[in-house]
Design a protein around this ligand. Sequence first.
Ligand code: CO8
Length: 257
Amino acid sequence: MNYENILVEQRGAVTLITLNRPKALNALNTAVLKELIDAFAAFDADDSQRCAVLTGSEKAFAAGADIKEMESQGFASMYASNFFQGWEKVTSTRKPWIAAVAGYALGGGCEVAMMADFIIAGDNAQFGQPEIKLGVTPGMGGSQRLTLAVGKAKAMEMCLTGRMMGAEEAERSGLVARVVPAGTLIDEAMKTAEAIAAMAPLAAMATKEQINAAFEMPLAQGIAYERRLFHGLFGTEDQKEGMAAFVGKREAEWKGR
Ligand code: CO8
């Protein structure tokens, strides 16, 4: 697929996907979604790739869903087309990926960042769910994922007022894993992605699956699920290699099987 709205680059075992609609501050329209679905599916299917980074520009990760595309829609057309269906394909990516957020991450932009396994923010990042100012609400998971990340009080306040949250507050509130100077964002995100890419790939995938299960399952069920995955990894060559390397005081060489 030829991409017009995103750039995709493989750097070693890390795929760097950059939203590239600068004139619309990376607003997310149907074309961007299609390209992202394709890029994430290709990343997931490529054995040479082990972690991805999704980023935008220094001014905007993404300033939301494309308001110009939505403006003229009615209920019937939104419902019939199941508008923006497909984002669940992005969230079903099995390998780990990081959102590297600088500048505005608003509405759908904040929601896409929250679809990542974690967010690294530039110190100029601004997160917000301003849909209420447009007469609507979050529609791509923001009311759920923001609440899970920062709790009811801040999620309610942000979604009801449209207030933006800066990077420092976002880190304090648990929305982002780490804040770095905006100028070093891509380097820092790539370094983190490379560290993940250097781990045993099946263990990385299983870790993601375990932590995501915490959002879907009651505790006892989640712990049993974790244990099954843990047991399952003892059927891999990488478990043998990882533990033999520790005992033999050498670096492990992962095979991904
Ligand atoms: N959609 C379309 N175009 C946009 C968007 C957007 N979300 N955001 C910015 N743009 C465009 C502007 O229209 C402008 O284009 P033009 O030059 O042709 O007029 C260009 O980007 C630059 O924007 P500004 O001139 O406004 O730049 P500023 O630096 O002055 O302001 C802001 C930056 C504060 C980010 C401002 O652009 C803004 O407020 N943008 C809208 C933010 C917003 O409301 N986002 C939420 C959108 S709604 C949403 O995301 C719902 C998600 C759920 C959908 C679920 C469907 C099922």
